[in-house]
Write a protein of this length. Structure first.
Length: 434
């Protein structure tokens, strides 16, 4: 990803230096295991560790690969240059390139997942704090973009918290599923390398041995991993879209923090645009863009082909770097979001009590009016509010058919705002615990 949407810790996971360091550790640990089994001399295994504190020369590896047209061979050649050809002659014993490449890729994905999980914790903290801050801040709920019934801003934050909490669970499951390694040799039969080598290497690299790996680790694991990232991205867009709608001028119930010296438009000095959440909407699309290719990588020819390789070299870093940036940006947006309770109340009252229509409908049916007649009576008065700007309660009090079933006091009671917030604490207890 471009630096504009990247953070250094995640970028470092995908650097050539990190990749070659992981390759080296896999090869060195494999040599240790081979030596313990008596397959290679212990002095040769020990000699490999001479490169432990050496910075591998990425330019030199690239130079060798330009000739060999094979990245793993280029690396092994460079390693031999460092530790000596004779000392390196048992490196990669019985292994195939995929043992190194696939195990490394999964190490990188696990490390990336750990950063993303930490990002999720920070976002959840911000959402929880804002939810309790605005637990009782009443705003109008909308369906189809149209005023429906009262809710609270706290419930809005709480539902995003619950969604992100589910996403954290999905991400943890995806991390655990991807945390496997394979050192099983050509076509995965262990014909030229003992399974104990795989067990040793995986233990050292923080992975579990892949139960059966052909010559590659099965790509359904990776499909599930990138699908989980795609769901997280969609949830980020869900939050971003809500904020973008709230910031619209004619709504203005909340807006992104506008810092001192910030400019909203090169042409119109008055503008304060939801640029961060619009950016998050776009970044979410980039993350989801990787999901279909990851699914298509599952179907490979026989025991191995490399049709997945070029895809993963792109989507591995791109999705994790982008999602890391997006989660951090969303956390900042939530943390600094400016909320306007007075505007929320003004918007709710814009149609003069209309949002209480269901309470009146239910009260009429409880009073013995058929549902069809009750709906007709309520809608008849509601349309006067829509079309003529009337006051809903006033119209109901002046409707003889309505007052034949409900007393003025009963009608008045149906406009009590507290009725709609009486179970907020129950919902909060479900989301956050007691």
């Amino acid at each position: 990803m471009i630096p504009r949407y990247s953070r250094p810790d995640m970028v470092a996971i995908w650097s050539p230096e990190t990749k070659f360091r992981i390759w080296y550790e896999i090869e060195a640990h494999a040599c240790d295991a081979q030596a313990e089994l008596g397959v290679i001399p212990k002095e040769n295994a020990a000699a490999v560790w001479k490169a432990k504190d050496v910075d591998f020369n990425v330019a030199r590896i690239d130079e060798i690969e330009a000739v060999t047209k094979h990245d793993v061979i280029a690396f092994l050649t460079h390693l031999a240059e460092i530790i000596g050809n004779d000392e390196a002659r048992f490196v990669h014993q019985g292994m195939t390139s995929s043992d190194v490449l696939d195990t490394t890729f999964n190490v990188q994905l696990v490390r990336a997942a750990d950063i993303l999980l930490a990002d999720m914790d920070k976002l959840l903290d911000a959402l929880k704090r804002r939810a309790f801050e605005h637990k009782d801040t009443v705003r109008i709920g909308r369906s189809h973009g149209i005023h429906a019934e009262p809710t609270t801003m706290g419930l809005t934050f709480a539902r995003f918290y619950a969604e992100m909490d589910r996403n954290k669970t999905r991400l943890q499951v995806a991390r655990d599923e991807i945390a496997t390694g394979a050192i099983s040799g050509a076509v995965g039969t262990f014909a030229n390398i003992d399974p104990a080598v795989e067990e040793h290497v995986c233990a050292k690299m923080g992975l579990k041995p892949e139960p059966i790996s052909t010559q590659v680790i099965p790509r359904d694991r990776h499909a599930a991993f990138f699908a989980a990232l795609g769901v997280v991205a969609s949830s980020i867009e869900n939050v971003a879209t809500e904020i973008r709608h709230m910031q619209r001028t004619e709504v203005l119930e909340a807006e992104e923090f506008f810092s001192k010296g910030q400019k909203g438009s090169s042409a119109m000095p008055h503008k304060r645009n939801p640029v961060l959440t619009e950016n998050l909407t776009g970044l979410a699309r980039l993350v989801r863009m990787a999901v279909v290719p990851a699914m298509e990588n599952v179907a490979l020819w026989h025991e191995r082909d490399i049709s997945h390789s070029s895809v993963e070299r792109n989507i591995g870093p791109d999705t994790t770097v982008t999602l890391d940036f997006a989660l951090s940006r969303l956390t900042t947006v939530i943390d600094k979001l400016v909320v306007y309770p007075d505007n929320m109340l003004a918007n709710m009252n814009k149609f003069r009590g209309l949002v209480m229509s269901q309470r009146v409908l239910l009260a009429l049916t409880q009073a013995g009016v058929s549902r069809e007649d009750a709906y007709r009576l309520v809608q008849r008065n509601a349309m006067k509010v829509w079309e003529e700007g009337k006051d809903f309660k006033t119209e109901l009090l002046g409707d003889a058919e309505v007052t034949a079933a409900l007393s003025p006091a009963e009608i008045e009671e149906k406009f009590d705002l507290g009725y709609h917030t009486k179970h907020v604490d129950t919902i909060f207890a479900r989301v956050f615990g007691s």
